[in-house]
Design a protein around this ligand. Structure first.
Ligand SMILES: [Zn+2]
Length: 84
């Protein structure tokens, strides 16, 4: 049986854009080209790397950047706990 942690999403902090402080993002990809010569199956391909674009100002931020920024700058009462 799995351990399930129940989280009330209403109590979670919104993540905000480091540039404009707004909170709507679009999920996009960066794409890297994988040449056949170094590909495990000897075929060339594309590797998609998920990232986030601010809907308002267009700033691109990885999940890591958003977590770090919001840990340091979030509302004190609801800021994200430090990850050790
Ligand atoms: Zn923004």
């Amino acid at each position: 049986m799995r351990n399930e942690i129940k989280v009330d999403i209403n109590h979670l902090q919104y993540i905000r854009c480091p540039t404009c402080k707004k909170k709507i993002f679009v999920s996009v990809f960066e794409i890297k080209y994988l040449p056949a010569i170094i590909s495990p199956n000897n075929k060339s391909g594309l590797i998609k790397i998920p990232t986030n674009v601010c809907h308002y100002c267009g700033a691109v931020s990885t999940d890591e950047i958003l977590i770090k920024y919001n840990q340091n700058n979030g509302d004190k009462k609801q800021s994200l706990p430090d990850e050790k």
